[in-house]
Design a protein around this ligand. Sequence first.
Ligand SMILES: [Fe+2]
Ligand SMILES: [Fe+2]
Length: 192
Amino acid sequence: MENKKSNSTTTSQNGNQSKERSSNGSMQSSQLMKLFEDELKDIYWAEKALTKAIPKMIKNATSPELIDALTSHLEETKNQVTRLEEVFESIDKKASAKKCDAMEGLIKEAEDIMESCEEGAMCDAGIISAGQKVEHYEIASYGTLRQFAKTLNLAKAVKLLEATLNEEKAADEKLSKVATSAINVEAAELKA
Ligand SMILES: [Fe+2]
Ligand SMILES: [Fe+2]
């Protein structure tokens, strides 16, 4: 009798444990989904802000290579806004933006540089530096978002986020190339 009792207690304990485990699992996945949505709103705000900030950088740039790199990335950025709307749609959510303090700060930094720099190579070097900080923020954000989407089994979102991640990486590399090609050398000569 005593044995039976202790067996039944063990069974019921195990049952509770597995129930707890599965409810923990779904709780974790809904929390991750919430984090995924919050980060999407953050980068959606950031991309929209960049569609307004990049034209100012183009206006202040001098080197044709830099103007070209920024102009083509502006077009990509507009497309990335649309792509994020598709990500929202793929999870049945309405696209909405939440102010991204980090991107606001990076854009402000770019504006400060452009206000105080000497026109030409010095200003170009400053724009590249600010632009690369923006790209690195985006690379970090899209890398995280893609990983969240993978964990949440959101195949369509993974594909869309990966496409943008690759564009951000390419934009960063292009800016590095422009910097090493002529501008920084010229800026250093001006300074000397
Ligand atoms: Fe972007
Ligand atoms: Fe970008």
